[in-house]
Structures are given as structure tokens and as C-alpha cells.
Design a protein around this ligand. Sequence first.
Ligand code: NAP
Length: 521
Amino acid sequence: MVTLLESYANGSWFRSGEEGAPLRDAATGEEVARISSAGLDLSAMVERARTVGGPALRDLTFLQRADLLEAVVGVVESNLDELYELSFHTGTTRPHSAVDIFGATYTANAYVAIARSELPDAQLYLDGPVLPLSADGSFSGRHLYSSRPGVAVHINAFNFPLWGFLEKFSTSLLAGLPSILKPASQGAYVAERAVRRIVEAGVLPDGVLQLVSGSAAGLLDRLGVHDVVAFTGSASTAATLRADPAVVHRGVTLGVEADSLNATILGPDVEAGSPEFDLFVQGVLTETTVKSGQKCTAIRRIFVPEERAAEVADAVAARFAEVTVGDPRRDDVTMGALVSLEQRDLVREAVRTIERSGRVVFGDPSAVDVVDGDAERGAFMGPILLQADGAAREPNEVEPFGPVTTLIPFADLDEAAGLVARGGGSLAGSLVTHDPDVAAQVVRAIAPWHGRILVLDRDAAAASTGHGTPLPELVHGGPGRAGGSEELSGIRSILHQMQRSAVQGSPAMLDAIAGSQGGNR
Ligand code: NAP
């Protein structure tokens, strides 16, 4: 019998009385679960978080919260096999699911370590030194961060059901905010199972983690000042949330990680046959095919010197031709399916739109040979390489959220930087060059358009984490189109969810307020 996914609300599991919408296996089209939140008492969930979970967390020091997070990761790590098994239903091969599942536990573990090395054994975080404000030293000021008496609502995209959950939860927990998790409906069974195991293990105080399986319509109506919404998803949903009265009138802090037309640039110094050329082509292959290109950081635009365009197109096409598409459970399949037929249709439409100003040079968006999959009912698509010229509008405006990327030649580095900027702000960019002068010139020009930039050459290659991998220690987020928030960035992403205040008084008063800051572990 197909399972109806449940929500975890107000200290117990809630099962909707409705039959729910079907969630289908991406590769076979078979129904794997149903989902509905109809009847869920969202007001009571927010109240529980504010009055039970929040106070329990705020009583703890940062280091005690880190202990809770460590316990949560431990539970998830003890249940990895079933999470990987469920993840096959999203169309993803096991190595590609690791980006979500291993990425989730890696990030949460990193936040435990970051908290233990950078946060105090206290509830307040002191920001900077005491500042003397009077000649006789009797009156001073300082800045401090305190936990807000609110709730963090985490709205996630379908492509990272576990990573999206744990990376957001880690920072909110450490900030002292209870969380309400709202995974995307597609793939929600992965997050639901993880929450179920965490609840069963009893490692969190009541009200610290709740789950909405299904629509969260109306949740923002219950939110106000001190509440935080961390959203990952499409630019159109982000625009709806930005216009919500909760954000416009009631002071809800909204963080947005939206879509992104990430670029990679090949330095003019790089010749075919050099290590950098191979790294560049490998980077394009990886970013186009991992999770079938359903990664917010994937390379959507490839900028190459015009004299190298044909060589790069040929080399990328040759690597794309080696990709085996099919049932993600098979070891010989190197790329599974998109998450749903609807997503495949959207990607096909995006390719057609980009074709208005470009042409497909490799792949067929409407047909692909599949190994052991249902080509009709499964959401398969092979890798697609398009090519356009610098004047093209569509490749710089349309995000094909699938295994699709567009090559665009440039005449010089100034033109390349200008083309990169036409993406309107991105999460991640990369430059492959072995020339430090090229690196300095390009990074200076494109840094304002990016949250993170990878500069790759033969020296960094072996240890490089790659173009598309967000790291907990570094900024994950980007300006403009990418949404404007910093969801990850070491302790900054914790502090973004706390209130910074200036406190003034006598030095003795300021010392008393700061209290013991304890030592880091
Ligand atoms: P989406 O359709 O915008 O949905 C994202 C989330 O918002 C889902 O949980 C969805 O729930 C929920 N949602 C939809 N409408 C809502 C509303 N009116 N109020 C509250 N929640 C609402 O995006 P998606 O198709 O899942 O994800 C693909 C997009 O995410 C791509 O554009 C990609 O670039 C972006 N993305 C960005 C990042 C990043 O870090 N910047 C990471 C991953 C993905 P339902 O599923 O139940 O509708």
C-alpha cells in the first residue's frame, strides 16, 4: 500500500484525512507515496515552536546547542541506507545522491565543529570590543547578538531534500530558533524519513523541529517580527514570498536562495591538451550531469575564448556522449532521471527558448536512449550542449534546471566579464587558468556578481571541491537573481538569524550583561 506522508506537528505525527497527491518514482512513473497537509493546524505549530521549542533552545548555550546538533547528525548517519534507498525514487544515482545525503551530514558536522571553535559557552554572542563613549571611562557601549523569540520556517527545493533540511536546521538551531521544515513535495519522503528517525531517537527538546508534509499555504500569515523564513526554490516563488504581507508589513526576515545562471570561464592562456583544458571540460561534464543538472550551482553558461570554441565544444560533446542514462539503481548508469515529467517538460521548454538565439550542438532534448528505464513514464533526458553568441539574450535569462548548458565564445576578458554579469547575480562561478594575472583581472571584475568563485588550475585540482559544491565555511548565496542571502558562511549564517543590538552603560554593567563567555571546546 502506498504511504501517505505525515507531518510532525505539536509533538505528534499528523495524518491528513485526505487521500493526497501522488508522488511518482522519477524513473518508472510508479506511485511511491502520497502527500497532503490538509487539516494541519499551522497556527498551533507556530505556537508550539514559539512557546515550547524556542524557550528550551534559548536556555541552552551555543555549545549545548552544538551537542544537540551532533546528536541529530548521529541519528541521520545511523540511517543512511534507507535514505539512499528512498533517494533512488527522485531519479538520482547513488553517487549523485551522496551530494545530498553525505553533503547534509558533512555540513551539519561542520557546523558542530564551527560552533565549538568559534562560539562561546554562553547565550549571547559579543560582537567586537567594548567602545569607550566618555572621556572619564564611566560610559561605554558594545554590540551583542541575542536569540530571537521566534521561529524559523525552512522552505526547500526538491533537488536537495536532506541537505536543504540539515544545512538550514543547523544554523537555526545554533542561533536558538526552533524550526518548521517544509520540504518540496517532490522527494519529501526523504526528509520525512529523516525527521521520523530524529523524533524516534528523542534527541531534541519538544517543539524544536516540526515538519509540514504538503502545502504550507497560509503559514506566513502566522509569522511576524522575529520569525525567519529561509527559502530555496524558483525565482517566481521567491517573488511571491517577497510580496507577502508577513515580509512587507510584519518584519519577517526572508532569506532567498533562488535560481542562478552560473558561469565558468576558460582563461585565454589555456590550450587544448593542457591540464587546465581537461579540468575545464571535466568541470562542465560534472556540473551538467550530477543530479541530472538539477543543482542550483550547476554551470549553465560556458564562456571560452573564440579561438578555442570549436575545440571545447568537441571535447565537451565527446564527454557527454559517454554518459549512460537510465535506471539510477544500476551501477553502470552514470546519470539518472529528472525528478518528474513536469520538470522534464520545463527543461525541454527552456531548451526551446534558448534555441531562439542559439543551437543545439550535442544531444536531443526530446529523445534519449535509456538503460533499463521507462523512456515514456520516466523523466529521462540526456546531456544537452547548446552554443550561442555573445549578443544572445536567452542563455543569460533562462535557467534550464536540468542537464543543459550553453557555450558562448568571447573576444577578450572584458567581454567575458560583461557576459558573466548579464546573468544578473550568481551563486557560483569558476575560472580555469594557470595565469595569476588572468585570475586577478577576472576575479576583480566578476566578484560583485558572485557569492563564491573557484579559480582552478593544475596546482589546486587534486584537492579542489569543484565548481558546484557549497561549503559550510564559505558563502553559499549570491546577489541579485541568486536571491541575495548568505545561507551558509560559517558563523555569519547563524548570526544573520539573531538580533544585533548596541548596549550602552557603565563598564561594570556591560561586564555583568556579557556574563561568563566560557571557553570554546
Ligand atoms: P519552487 O517551485 O519554487 O518550490 C520551492 C519550495 O517552495 C517548495 O517547497 C514548494 O512547495 C514551496 N512553495 C511553492 N509555492 C509556495 C508558496 N506560495 N508559499 C510557500 N511555499 C511555496 O522550486 P523547485 O521547483 O522546488 O526548485 C527548483 C528551483 O530551486 C530552481 O530554480 C533552482 O535554481 C532553485 N534552487 C536554488 C538553490 C539555491 O541554493 N540557491 C538550491 C536548490 C534549488 P511544493 O513543492 O509543495 O510546491
